[in-house]
Design a protein around this ligand. Structure first.
Ligand SMILES: C[S@@+](CC[C@H](N)C(=O)[O-])C[C@H]1O[C@@H](n2cnc3c(N)ncnc32)[C@H](O)[C@@H]1O
Length: 252
């Protein structure tokens, strides 16, 4: 049976890979990358840097996502067709790149369990095509860990829970959940929409890379400055990945 390794590669630094991840990558016959249309040249380069650092020469096969009708008359049917076609393409790439006992690696940014669709896509592929594989996950350092480490802060305060959400869902997050709240996938500046006078932000962009930028302070003091900075960084790099921790501080 083929083995599929879903390897967390960390948030941008090739040294984020665990020793287990390096071993797994070195054991792979081929790396398959899913081009979901959102990959920026810098991110593709980062993936290649990981391979060149830890398993140079490993072949890479890129599977592009099929075209999708964004305004179908039957939405469910179109999504079903689209997922099915994607499953067939991945299955075809796996079978043509490896033998029946071969090993395939999928490199996932951060950790495969956090806001990533690779495991769902693989499940779907197995259901749709019947391709039998053994799937193993090798965990990675998430952007959240890269953020807290860079700011030298803990994720939670003593006895308090942590909430993780997206920029889109932040405005409907309850005040209790916003006491220690990590935000990912924020295409805008949602911190400015929810902050009160005691809201503190630990913000980071391009974490783990040579371009890492950090800011920390009360949102009422630096929220606008970070928004302007995010705009400028996105303009100069052509893309941005940022994440942040919002924390309600109990000021006297
Ligand atoms: C699709 S999610 C993937 C998360 C990933 N699986 C993880 O464990 O970190 C992408 C989001 O992760 C965050 N992110 C990932 N890498 C980052 C980095 N190097 N610097 C800042 N944020 C990052 C951003 O919020 C980005 O919008």
């Amino acid at each position: 049976m083929r083995t599929l390794l879903v390897i967390g590669i960390g948030a941008g630094d090739p040294r984020h890979l665990t020793l287990g991840a390096v071993d797994a990558l070195r054991s792979a016959d081929v790396v398959i990358t899913l081009d979901k249309g959102e990959q920026k040249a810098d991110l593709l380069r980062a993936r290649h840097r990981v391979i060149d650092t830890h398993a140079p020469g490993t072949p890479v096969v890129t599977v592009s996502d099929p075209e999708r009708d964004r305004r179908p008359s039957d939405y469910r049917a179109e999504v079903h067709r689209w997922h099915g076609e994607r499953a067939r393409r991945i299955s075809a790439a796996i079978t043509s790149a490896t033998g029946a006992e071969g090993t395939v690696a999928f490199l996932v940014w951060g950790d495969p369990a956090l806001y990533d669709s690779t495991l769902r896509i693989i499940d779907r592929m197995q259901e749709e095509t019947g391709l039998e594989c053994m799937v193993k996950v090798i965990p990675g350092i998430t952007a959240l860990q890269a953020l807290t480490a860079a700011h030298t802060v803990t994720a939670n305060r003593v006895g308090e829970p942590i909430h993780v959400t997206t920029g889109r869902l932040l405005p409907e997050t309850s005040p209790a959940d916003r006491r220690n709240c990590f935000v990912m996938l924020d295409g805008g500046t949602a911190w400015n929409d929810v902050a009160g006078p005691d809201t503190y932000i630990y913000w980071g962009a391009y974490l783990g890379t040579a371009d890492q930028v950090l800011r920390a302070g009360y949102v009422e003091n630096i929220g606008g400055e970070i928004a302007a900075l995010k705009y400028t960084l996105r303009e100069s790099h052509g893309w941005i990945m940022d994440t942040y921790l919002l924390r309600e501080l109990d000021r006297e």
